[in-house]
Design a protein around this ligand. Structure first.
Ligand code: SF4
Ligand code: SF4
Ligand code: FES
Length: 360
């Protein structure tokens, strides 16, 4: 007789965050005991709870195969696709063995685990003109493009619009107006497409928008959250590089020059030099840059924050003014990295589908 590897059903405790805004009642937690094989998904557990115990549990789902993107929730506090999370894995990361499921963050809850994707996620996707603005004249037959150019945008095309990155974005938590990781990854999908005619206009629009590409705080949360390895933060950094270094867009947020200031400071000192940050961000690397009027204004407006940081012991005035010091050999090692990268004829833009080995 053929041997079966099917594991027997086990009991799991599921803790569900319940909320119905129309009821006028506050959110509360509901607990159910589920019986399923451990390799089954959290989605199946939620559906079992709905079928057996409470038909009013709200959950959105469709494909059950991590393709449609509709079952985004939080499992034990982390964003996840419910259909793509095994019960045994969820139990391992659970506190006291209880699997906790909640709706995604940064979006209003419609009912229990269902959030309003239209109000946030889809509105932001629409913000970036998510379709091709084709180069004219449109050829009689198809456009011919280099294979590599399309491979370059494949990573962003893998997005299933689940909203997990939006749910976890720290910048959106503080500034709900931020265009956000999913929409900016979508923007790169067209900026990187050689058939699109509006690369400069798209980039300029997102660079000048105070809640655009320079509003991202580089926190990596969207990279971890994405179930399809789209790497939204990586796509945002690419948009910034193309905008600032290739298209020479001077954004009104001063974001590109601020990034350049950080890069040159690390090259010169090996670590950040806080006192030099504002002057370089406005006046560039020259000594006269220190007297740029905008730098003076920024310094004045930042004084309360600086003072607070000093009083709380987060910044030492001596270190801030004189800068951090690292050993000569360490500094040389840092500068060697810069030399290697800067001596390349072409910028490397690796992604999930374009990988390579560094030659040095
Ligand atoms: S890296 Fe940027 S876009 Fe991604 S979650 Fe953090 S702040 Fe949001
Ligand atoms: S980028 Fe990833 S996490 Fe964000 S919506 Fe697309 S698939 Fe989901
Ligand atoms: S149900 Fe389609 S992604 Fe989970």
């Amino acid at each position: 007789m053929a041997e079966t590897h099917e594991r027997p059903p086990e009991q799991f405790t599921l803790r569900l965050r319940r909320y119905d805004p129309e009821s006028g009642e506050s959110p509360y937690w509901d607990e159910h005991t589920i019986e399923l094989e451990p390799h089954r998904s959290v989605l199946e557990a939620i559906l079992q709870a709905r079928d057996r115990f409470d038909g009013s549990i709200g959950i959105r789902c469709s494909c059950r195969q991590a393709i449609c993107g509709s079952c985004g929730i939080r499992v034990n506090g982390e964003p996840a696709l419910a259909c793509h999370t095994h019960l045994d894995a969820a139990k391992r990361s659970a506190r006291e063995g209880v699997i906790e499921v909640e709706p995604m963050g940064n979006m209003p809850v419609l009912k229990d685990l269902i959030v309003d994707m239209d109000a946030v996620h889809w509105k932001k996707i629409q913000r970036v003109t998510p379709w091709l603005l084709a180069k004219q004249p449109v050829p009689e037959r198809e456009y011919l493009v280099e294979r590599e150019a399309m491979v370059d945008v494949t990573q962003t095309m893998a997005c299933i619009q689940c909203g997990a990155c939006v749910s976890d974005c720290l910048a959106m938590e503080v500034d709900p107006g931020f265009v956000g990781p999913a929409a900016l990854a979508k923007a790169y999908r067209f900026v990187g497409d050689p058939r699109d005619d509006q690369q400069f206009e798209r980039l300029n629009d997102l660079a000048q928008d105070p809640q655009g590409i320079f509003d991202c705080t580089h926190c990596f949360k969207c990279v971890d959250a994405c179930p399809k390895d789209v790497n939204p933060m990586g796509q945002i950094m690419r948009l910034r590089r193309i905008a600032g270094s290739d298209q020479h867009i001077v954004d009104r947020n001063n974001g590109h020059r601020h990034e350049a200031a950080i890069t040159t400071l690390i090259k010169d000192y090996g670590l950040l030099h806080e006192a030099e940050m504002i002057p370089r961000s406005y006046g560039g690397n020259s000594w006269f840059g220190k007297f740029h009027p905008a730098a003076g204004r920024e310094l004045l407006s930042s004084l309360p924050v600086i003072l607070k940081a000093v009083l709380r012991g987060k910044v030492s005035p001596k270190l801030a003014l004189l800068g951090h010091k690292i050993g000569k050999q360490d500094l040389q090692a840092v500068q060697k990295i810069y030399e290697t990268v800067e001596s390349r004829e072409q910028r490397y833009e690796l992604n999930l589908y374009i990988s390579g080995e560094d030659e040095s």
